[in-house]
Design a protein around this ligand. Structure first.
Ligand code: PEP
Ligand code: MG
Length: 864
């Protein structure tokens, strides 16, 4: 049987969101729930994929569309293409994953000169008929023919000028009819052909254009920025038109079931009377708070409240809806799970548990760990007295400082040399690249649901929208009386809507109560322990505050810089072992006191200390900066062609055992001192880097044990190794004979497995690989599960075959990446270790991995 491509909203399918797209599945589910939704049908993502391959509509699709249009005509009692009472439809794209404003919509298909006149007569509202018609020509021209929207906008603006009116709604029917003529002339001039009058032709060309829009540059950029696969394709929804532009008893709006910025309960949204679809989202006219509907359209308002409550109960999640009121009748056009800030996600989840809507597992499962990053960045000191230059809407929280830029192109350009804030009237999907490049966004127009606000929240970037105290023009911005040019620095606070001139000092983030609650629930679910990578007592304290259960990696080389560097250099320059030992003796007390501070901060929790790893030349200046010949000679002697593969890690420890001896001695003495001072012995794990051969670790273990026996024989400790070269993973069975623990060093393991030097890959060929889709994700950020992951699996299996209870962890940067954490859970590691600021995120991701494994906490998000 040929593939079926079209389903009415009330026809059952098994394809779900993947097949119908987010909007399509939302419309189908709302129809099934009995929510008022206009009739219509969905053309599936299968059709889109087939069309993109064939570069034309797939066989049979046109017939199917005709058949569903006839059904729609029967239901509506109107004919598509009729002159006197036409059925009009909209065509709306809708991929499986939400991509706000990234693809295209066309409204009012089915109109031409005769039909517009007929519609005017039939509805007794010629104004409405011609307004709808001119919108069709504009949207069709933009989406199908790629005509620049400004051409239509400026024709509309100049007509309003001529008539001396401010609002579109003040134009007369005759004005709008004249505008239709102007728009048709623009269309003809731009395309060389007349605007198509046939309803069927309009529809088929619109469907084609929406399919093609899947591959337009802004959609591609958006997908890349959000890690959405190019393979999904979009569905197309053909929906019977309902009209918000029929006068004061009609309108259109968007609403959230809770505040998308804070998560607080209560209706939240915006409404524009006598307007159609895109007017609200495009941020062109600043809409009214939704509460105004209570007065102006009380019946529809009550129905809206009731419907939103039902939708939230059905989806058990915060919804974001689009609706239209036509002559006081409410229609829902879309529902989807609402994009929200991290703070809102936490508050909404905790409240929904309190309200009995979802379980604690659900709450933990549905918070996006990557999004929590937003809350773990520095913020403006709430207690600081600051001069506020302007105030706008708090559209997306967080603080950002940067030089101002007025265009997306300039944002991309200037962001290369420092942070920028994009300042504009409003943003449109074409600005996506500039929004990605900017640290924050400030707009004159637009509300909480404008393009700028929605996209910024999705990206976790600060945004202040609808800032009336801001004016733009002549390459200048005036903010609360200050005149600024491109490059001048401002700070925006998207959490309060405040704008400041210049840079404002920031304070470290804090974990609020909702965050604590969710993390406590997460801790009850997870199996993986979470440790932190910390090299000093301050980081250790911070990590502990964030819930770290120990230190998984303390890199000791960081203790070799600063005022210790001259002594380190003296050690490196010494001609003999005794000379080196003399310098090392002077370093020892420094190291010991570092370790004491860390042990005290981590009292009762394990601390893994890694011995010196980098090649010695890193501690010497560049040859050109060397002051004497001896130093120059030593620098030359230490030079290596591939230092990453040279004398570093345990190789250094075997070449210069006195260095590791000093370090072990400092660790053991620190452990002893802390035990004497506090009564509790630190839980020390001594870790050797870059081991590939059993013999390397065997010798270093002997060294460690003999020094330890001299210094702190009564204090228990472990000796282990990083697994960060492929040979170590492959020979993990032998290495486990002499190791108490393994910690996967996935930074080096990735470099050595892929033969990619990180410094030579990122920003160069790896960036290209990612752009061209050779690789789906950066293997330095998220574990290359198929390659590096396979070696880890082998390391775990072989290590455990020798020593069933060998302790296993990961301390590469991947330890803070949710996807990699899920993989570590599946390998059965004991812990992940990541930077202190990522500890909360890792706690949540570890819980989600456990929940996903048990099948608990899964839920189907709505719409999209
Ligand atoms: C690693 O290689 O993963 C690791 C943690 O060590 P470093 O990043 O210090 O080389
Ligand atoms: Mg390493």
């Amino acid at each position: 049987m040929a593939t079926r491509y079209v389903y009415d909203f009330d026809e059952p399918t098994t394809g779900g969101r993947e097949l119908l797209g987010g909007k399509g599945i939302g419309l189908a589910e709302m129809t099934a729930m009995g929510v008022p939704v206009p009739a219509g049908f969905t053309i599936t993502t299968d059709a889109c994929r087939a069309a993109l391959v064939k570069r034309d509509l797939p066989d049979g699709l046109e017939d199917e569309i005709d058949e569903h249009v006839s059904r729609l005509e029967q239901r509506a009692g109107k004919r598509f293409g009729s002159d006197d009472d036409p059925l009009l439809v909209s065509v709306r794209s809708g991929a499986a994953v939400s991509m706000p404003g990234m693809m295209d919509t066309i409204l009012n298909l089915g109109l031409n000169d005769e039909a517009a006149a007929g519609l005017g007569v039939r509805t007794g509202n010629a104004r409405f008929a011609f307004d709808s018609y001119r919108r069709l020509i504009q949207m069709f021209g933009e989406v199908v023919e790629g005509i620049d929207g400004h051409r239509f906008e400026s024709a509309l603006a100049s007509l309003k000028d001529q008539r001396g009116v401010q609002q579109d709604t003040e134009l007369t029917p005759e004005d709008l009819q004249e505008l239709v003529g102007t728009f048709k002339a623009i269309y003809l001039e731009e395309t060389g052909g007349a605007f198509p009058t046939g309803a069927r032709e309009q529809l088929l060309r619109a469907v084609r254009a929406v399919f093609e829009s899947w591959d337009n540059p802004r959609a591609q950029v958006y997908r890349r920025a959000h890690g959405i696969s190019d393979e999904l394709g979009t569905a197309v929804n053909v929906v019977q038109m309902v009209f918000g532009n029929k006068g004061a008893r009609s309108g259109t709006g968007v609403a959230f079931t809770r505040n998308p910025s804070t998560g607080e309960s209560g209706l939240y949204g915006e409404f524009l009377a006598d307007a159609q679809g895109e007017d609200v989202v495009a941020g062109i006219r600043t809409p009214q708070p939704i509460e105004t509907m209570r007065e102006s359209l009380p019946k529809a308002f009550d129905q809206l409240l009731d419907t939103m409550r039902r939708l939230e109960e059905h989806y058990r999640d915060m919804q974001d809806i689009e609706f239209t009121v036509e002559d006081e009748r409410l229609y829902l056009l879309q529902t989807r799970s609402a994009k929200r800030t991290a703070a809102a996600a936490l508050k909404a989840a905790v409240s929904m548990v309190d309200e009995g809507l979802i379980s604690r597992e659900d709450a933990v499962a549905r918070i996006d760990p990557a999004q929590l990053d937003q809350l773990l960045h520095p913020m403006i000191d709430p207690s600081a007295a600051l001069d506020v230059a302007a105030k706008g809407l708090n559209a997306s929280p967080g603080a950002a400082s940067g030089g101002i830029v007025f265009t997306a192109e300039s944002a991309v350009d200037r962001a290369k040399s420092g942070p920028v804030i994009l300042v504009s009237w409003e943003t449109s999907p074409d600005d996506i690249q500039g929004m990605i490049a900017a640290q924050g966004i400030l707009t004159v127009h637009g509300g909480m649901t404008s393009h700028a606000a929605v996209v910024a929240r999705g990206m976790g970037k600060p945004c202040v929208a609808g800032c009336d105290d801001l004016t733009l023009g002549d390459g200048k911005a005036t903010i609360g009386g200050h005149s600024l040019r491109e490059g001048d620095v401002i700070t925006i606070d998207g959490g309060t809507g405040r704008v400041f001139i210049g840079e404002v000092p920031l304070v470290p983030p804090q974990i609020n109560e909702d965050f604590e609650t969710i993390l406590t629930w997460a801790d009850q679910q997870r199996r993986l322990a979470v440790r932190a990578n910390a090299d000093n007592p301050e980081d250790a304290v911070r990590a502990r505050e964030f819930g770290a259960q120990g230190i998984g990696l303390c890199r000791t080389e960081h203790m070799f810089f600063g005022d210790r560097l001259p002594v380190v250099q003296e050690m490196i320059l010494a001609d003999s072992e005794s000379g080196r030992r003399a310098a090392l003796d002077r370093l020892l007390p420094f190291q010991q006191s570092d370790f004491e501070g860390i042990f005290e901060a981590m009292a009762g929790l394990p601390v893994t200390i890694r011995l010196l790893d980098p090649p010695l030349h890193e501690f010497l200046p560049d040859e050109s900066e060397a002051t004497d010949e001896k130093l120059r000679a030593r620098i030359r002697a230490l030079r290596e062609s591939n230092p990453m593969l040279g004398t570093r890690g345990c190789r250094l420890g075997l070449m210069f055992p006195e260095i590791y001896e000093m370090q072990v001695r400092a660790i053991a003495r620190a452990a002893r001192a802390v035990r004497e001072r506090t009564g509790g012995a630190p839980l020390v794990e001594v870790m050797h880097p870059l081991v590939g051969f059993r013999e390397e670790l065997a010798r270093l273990r002997d060294l460690t044990e003999s020094v330890w026996a001299e210094e702190a024989p009564e204090i228990a400790h472990l000796v282990g190794t990083m697994i960060e070269v492929p040979r170590a993973a492959l020979r993990a069975d032998e290495i486990a004979e002499v190791a108490d623990f393994f910690s996967f060093g996935t930074n080096d393991l990735t470099q050595t497995t892929l033969a990619f030097s990180r410094d030579d890959a990122e920003g160069k060929f790896l960036t290209r690989y990612l752009e061209d889709g050779v690789l789906e994700r950066n293997p330095f950020e998220s574990i290359d599960i198929d390659g590096v992951g396979d070696l880890m699996r082998i390391g775990v299996e072989r290590g455990r075959a020798t020593k069933a209870d060998i302790k296993l962890g990961i301390c590469g940067e991947h330890g803070g990446d949710p996807r990699s954490i899920a993989f570590c859970h599946s390998l059965g590691l004991d812990y992940v270790s990541c930077s202190p600021f990522r500890v909360p995120l890792a706690r949540l991701a570890a819980a989600q991995a456990a929940l996903a494994e048990s099948g608990a906490g899964a839920y189907a998000a709505a719409g999209g």
